[in-house]
Design a protein around this ligand. Structure first.
Ligand SMILES: [Ca+2]
Length: 358
């Protein structure tokens, strides 16, 4: 079956859900795929193929052609595509980019449990129609956030909203200006110790910096870093490794200087990426240490025992939760021409447990 450009545009309209999208000539699309393959895994390639099927673009691309694409080296790929195919058109949208395709039903494959002995103290499952202002407030504005970050944080429904049972934080780019959102429970909810977890599907791409962190409520009086910071996860790896690598970190004031301890880069086993699926990121925070787990598997722990370091007293105080997607900055570098916007961080739920019976 061969579809006309108009027909594809019509189909695209039904797929694009009214959000930003791109229409590609097939040749451009293949070039983009080709570039993507330079820094992506076979699974990513497979996902792109599936997305093409989803968009209807595969009406033109025989599986045999795709087989050639996946086998031949870069320079040969485009030349292997029959000219007749090159002149056809394909459609892909940012919305149905494989890495943005929404997983229907965020509860799918959610078998995570806190383990025995933990009682739920607070949760937001994001099942309503709007963000609960009794739980969440915003950091707003730009100015780099101390890292030369590019984004301006807004409270606009374009940058954060609830959809299909998930909180969506959407990083956008319009005329070179980046906007995103940073939600926090500051002034509304805070906790000292416990198990703090979120089930999230992360955005992707060079220059995109998603984070789930906690900061001491006394930041308003003692400032940062003396308030202490617990980075439950950040994904900040430029280049090829960027979308499968997270960091767990604590930061504090060590007698007047900024100090930190980090897990260093922790990677998903190849070939997997954090944009592909939801994962549960958690800390177990007690008076002597913090344990980080990914999907219930421990991958890092750090002491917060004041007997070992009096400065760790910072971690013996209430902290609030922050969820954000930053763009650019000193640590990860800025977006490049391959970075796709908008970017989406999906949060199925955030839960806080305390040890013992409720
Ligand atoms: Ca949910």
């Amino acid at each position: 079956m061969k579809l006309s450009f108009d027909e594809l545009k019509r189909r695209k309209a039904t797929l694009a859900r009214g959000e930003e999208h791109k229409v590609y000539r097939l040749g451009d699309l293949l070039k983009e795929i080709d570039e993507e393959r330079q820094h992506s895994s076979p699974s990513s390639w497979k996902a792109i193929t599936l997305a093409l099927i989803a968009t209807g673009a595969l009406a033109f691309l025989s599986l045999q052609t795709l087989g050639l694409l996946s086998v031949f080296p870069r320079q040969k790929q485009l030349s292997k595509i029959p000219t007749t195919l090159k002149s056809d058109v394909g459609v892909v949208t940012a919305e149905n980019d494989p890495r943005n395709i929404r997983i229907p039903g965020t509860g799918k494959n959610d078998d995570w449990a806190p383990g025995p002995g933990w009682s739920l103290a607070w949760a937001d499952d994001f099942n309503g129609n709007s963000i609960d202002t009794n739980s969440w407030t915003y950091d707003l504005g730009g100015g780099g956030w101390g890292n030369n970050e590019l984004q301006t944080y807004t409270s606009s429904p374009d940058n954060s909203y609830l959809q299909n049972g998930a909180l969506v934080i959407k990083g956008t780019q319009t005329n070179g200006k980046y906007r995103s959102a940073r939600l926090k429970t500051q002034g509304l909810h805070s906790w000292q110790f416990g198990k703090i977890a979120a089930r999230m599907r992360l955005p992707y791409g060079q220059g995109v910096w998603p984070a789930f962190l906690m900061v001491g409520t006394n930041i308003t009086t003692v400032g940062w870093p003396k308030c202490g910071e617990i980075d439950v996860i950040e994904m900040v790896e430029g280049g090829k490794k960027r979308d499968d690598t997270i960091y767990a970190t604590i930061q504090w004031d060590q007698n007047g200087s900024h100090a930190s301890v980090t897990s260093g880069p922790f990677k998903l086993p190849d070939p997997n990426f954090f944009y592909e699926n939801y994962h549960v990121f958690e800390i177990e925070w007690n008076p002597t240490e913090i344990i980080w787990r990914l999907d219930s598997q421990e991958y890092f722990r750090a002491s917060v025992d004041p007997a070992l370091n009096p400065n760790f007293q910072e971690f013996h105080a209430p902290f609030f939760i922050i969820l954000n997607v930053a763009v650019g900055g000193n640590w990860l570098g800025n977006p490049n021409r391959n970075t796709v916007f908008p970017q989406y961080m999906y949060v199925d739920w955030v839960r806080v447990y305390q040890w013992g019976e409720s």
